[in-house]
Design a protein around this ligand. Structure first.
Ligand code: ZN
Length: 388
């Protein structure tokens, strides 16, 4: 059965005017005005007065849960499919974080395959916070070569009390392995780098550019909006050609402590002259959000949500005055290009049919289509995870 979306206001993410979208076999077959198909061959969705956006890409999600850093009881739960659907997230990149011991690459890959069976597209990073990397195959290069879903390494922690305190050489070797594995497999071979609040900040990443033959294209540092100092470093790093990723899941206490809201961070980067193509947003979904008091005691703990991703873009448009086509890029076209997800991130014939229809006034998500299947239709869930 074909799916025909009629009269949508296209943001591909570039504005494309009013068009119909014909979908079949999981891909966009046509995108032009007045597509005609006999009714008996297709389901028609009237999208007049709705905007059609590419399905959102969330490039940093703890899909199998993470270590809560407050004991076993704080281990966070895995990603429910319905959270992804509610958030318009049709592609996720799963990763392990602090806990690379009770969570494993095998489990991460199994969860990614499960979500793929349930309807969304998934990829994973190999490894976790610590170095040396614990990969599934004997090396990162082999993970990239022989496991389709592996697109790089991460999240490798730097400048953080929870990192493995790797030497610069150990970090550079991981970036080099990612480079080689990426070249051989035709994948991004990128290292997703967790930055903590430590004073070394982006030092190792800058050293990669000055001390080695490796390029900034091999690294995607995340949590760049976590404090004002790191953010300022991030501006300089992005202007020198580096990618920067901001985290949308947050707590009021983090913002009080100096974290910069993603929408504001995007505006300030653009005002500073950073190329909008260098910036991505990710949710850090299912990661733990511990709330420590001044004495280091855990006051409470909550869990990051993939549903925080699009509201940050909406806020950038509605409150920071950033054009929709620019703000949208940070969760569509940019991650697709940076992570080399070739059939993702924009609306065009031949691309995967990952589409989100939103209300033009309040930007509420109305309909979600992933790989050509309706997961949410006019605000109503069409499917759910196996055990939801
Ligand atoms: Zn992290």
């Amino acid at each position: 059965m074909l799916l025909l979306i009629k009269n949508a206001d296209i943001y591909a993410p570039e504005p494309g005017g009013q068009c119909d979208l014909l979908i079949g076999g999981g891909v966009i077959l046509g995108m032009e005005p007045n597509i005609r198909v006999p009714r008996k061959y297709c389901e028609v969705i009237d999208a007049r007065n709705l905007k059609a956006l590419p399905g959102f890409i969330d490039g940093h999600v703890h899909i199998m849960g993470g270590g809560g850093e407050g004991g076993f009881a704080t281990r966070t739960p895995d990603l429910p499919l319905t959270d992804a659907i509610k958030g318009g997230v049709t592609t996720v990149v799963g990763c392990l974080g602090t806990d690379g011991q009770t969570r494993s690459m095998a489990g991460l890959l199994a969860k990614a395959k499960g979500l793929e069976e349930e309807g969304i597209s998934t990829f994973v990073y190999s490894g976790s916070y610590g170095l040396p990397l614990r990969t599934l195959m004997p090396s990162l290069e082999e993970d990239l070569l022989f496991i389709d879903k592996v697109i790089g390494a991460g999240e490798v922690a730097l400048s953080d009390h929870r990192s493995s305190q790797p030497t610069f050489e150990a970090f550079a070797q991981v970036v080099a392995m990612a480079r080689r594995g990426g070249l051989l497999s035709g994948k991004a071979g990128i290292v997703n780098v967790h930055l903590g609040d430590g004073p070394r900040g982006l030092e190792f990443l800058r050293c990669i550019l000055t001390e080695t033959e490796l390029s900034a294209a091999q690294m995607l540092p995340t949590h760049i909006n976590r404090n004002p100092g790191l953010f300022e470093e991030g501006i300089a790093y992005a202007k020198a050609g580096g990618f920067v990723d901001f985290t949308t899941s947050t707590l009021p206490a983090y913002l009080e402590d100096g974290e910069i809201p993603c929408a504001e961070a995007l505006r300030r980067m653009l005002e500073a002259g950073v190329d909008p193509g260098q910036i991505t947003f990710t949710s850090d979904g299912q990661g733990s959000l511990p709330d420590w008091d001044r004495n280091g005691r855990l006051r409470g703990i909550s869990v990051g949500r993939v549903t925080s991703l699009f509201p940050a873009v909406r806020q950038a448009v509605l409150e920071e005055g950033i054009p929709l086509q620019t703000a949208l890029r940070v969760i569509t076209q940019n991650p697709a290009r940076i992570l080399k997800l070739r059939r993702k991130g924009c609306l065009a014939p031949g691309m995967d049919a990952d589409i989100v229809l939103v209300d033009p006034h309040d930007f509420e998500i109305r309909t979600v289509i992933a790989k050509g299947c309706l997961l949410m239709k006019a605000g109503r869930m069409q499917t759910k995870g196996m055990f939801e």
